[in-house]
Design a protein around this ligand. Structure first.
Ligand code: SAM
Ligand code: SF4
Length: 361
């Protein structure tokens, strides 16, 4: 068994140099007293958009089909995660998860697992209008939709595709199908869509969605990210503050990546608008110490951190006939080796080889 990106990891063994994993620990614990209960499963590395902060214009070489996990394999691994490893939330992502033809089958079968996980989807919403009700009926609980601009030209500039209307229809259909509360993920880029921050807030509040601003992370395939030019959480406060007050929400954060604020319109048409806005400050205010996430890539590798340089492959062990216990142990070992933090602010930080679409955001 080898990881795709570096250090070899043997099934059922603690990687060299790490203290041994405590015997008898069932969940996905690590050396820093964290337990991962939130699983992100990438269903594909393919995508029908080319967001500039994620993919290159020409796309990325897609994983050969036989190397990607089948629906049976995904359901088997999610089953191990919820039965053996204490995972309670499963979020399907990608690439674009709606591109998976067997998505309804995967969700139906994951919703039948015991204990039943909470099931959500992170999507660009292209094609969601046609599938929202079927996905809801299959057992999907909620969707997060990525939407960075409400203007067709800016949307096309950012995503390199002219599909804004389809995304907006997808959001409406998801709300009508009961897939809420819908969270809208927005990445702001300087000089491109940062000026739209208050407009995005107003639109989200009017429609009953929770907008979350995500700081741009160095996970773009083009490697153009720069700490100096990114829009920070502090910038978001300044930009949104032009039209809305933001008051820190009272409820405990509870391991969530987003810090939540109650936004209230200051004047004019915004008066009376009120709702929650989140800020995910992964770069400037990292929340690694409370991280509860673990990722499974579309080829079946565990990534304990978005910024990992190592992965633990489960697929080949699974295909070789391993039982659930062996796979669970391999997974536990991968999590035990999770680093304390992503080290983005460390001068020695090196961007991972994989970009966001290939990891599963
Ligand atoms: N295609 C789906 C979508 O866009 O929602 C799911 C996959 S996408 C990789 C998941 C999330 O990652 C999106 O909300 C996207 O905005 C975010 N994302 C992608 N690249 C990013 C980056 N470099 N920094 C911060 N967020 C990023
Ligand atoms: Fe595709 Fe999502 Fe990446 Fe945009 S952010 S290119 S929609 S995977």
């Amino acid at each position: 068994m080898t990881v795709s990106l570096g250090i070899p990891v043997l099934p059922g063994r603690t990687p060299a140099g790490l203290p041994p994993r405590p015997a008898g620990a069932r969940g996905l614990i690590d050396r820093y007293d964290r337990e991962a209960t939130d699983l992100r499963v990438s269903l594909t590395d393919r995508c029908n958009l080319r967001c500039t902060y994620c993919m290159p214009a020409e796309g990325l070489p897609a994983l050969p089909r036989d190397q990607a996990l089948s629906a049976d394999e995904i359901v088997r691994l999610v089953g191990i995660a919820v039965r053996e490893l204490g995972v309670r939330q499963v979020r399907f992502t990608g690439g674009e998860p709606l591109l998976r033809a067997d998505l309804v089958d995967i969700i139906t079968r994951c919703a039948a697992l015991e204990p039943r996980p909470e099931i959500s989807l992170t999507t660009n919403a292209i094609g969601l209008a046609e599938r929202a009700e079927t996905l809801r009926a299959a057992g999907l609980d909620r969707v997060n939709v990525s939407l960075d601009s409400l203007h067709a030209a800016t949307f096309a500039q950012l995503t390199r595709r002219p599909f804004l209307e389809r995304v907006l229809k997808g959001v409406d259909a998801a709300a009508a199908a009961g897939l809420g509360p819908i969270k809208i993920n927005a990445v702001l880029l300087p000089g491109v869509n940062d000026h739209e921050a208050p407009e995005l807030v107003a639109w989200a509040l009017r429609n009953g969605h929770e907008l979350r601003f995500i700081e741009q992370m160095p996970l773009d395939a083009d490697h153009t990210w720069s700490r100096d030019s990114m829009i920070t959480a502090a910038d978001v406060h300044r930009l949104v503050g032009e039209r809305f007050t933001l008051e820190r929400a009272q409820e405990p954060r509870d391991g969530a990546p987003a810090e939540r604020f109650v936004a209230r319109g200051r004047a004019g048409d915004d008066l009376g608008l009120e709702g929650t806005v989140g800020i995910i400050a992964s770069v400037t205010e990292p929340f690694c110490a409370d991280c509860r996430r673990v990722r499974l890539t579309s080829e079946g590798s565990v990534r304990s951190c978005l910024f990992s340089h190592t992965e633990t492959g489960l697929r080949d062990t699974l295909r070789a006939g391993a039982d659930d216990q062996a796979l669970a142990d391999l997974w536990r070992d991968a999590m035990w080796a999770k680093p304390a933090g992503h080290g983005l602010d460390d001068p020695s930080f090196v961007q991972p080889a994989r970009s966001m679409s290939a990891i599963g955001g």
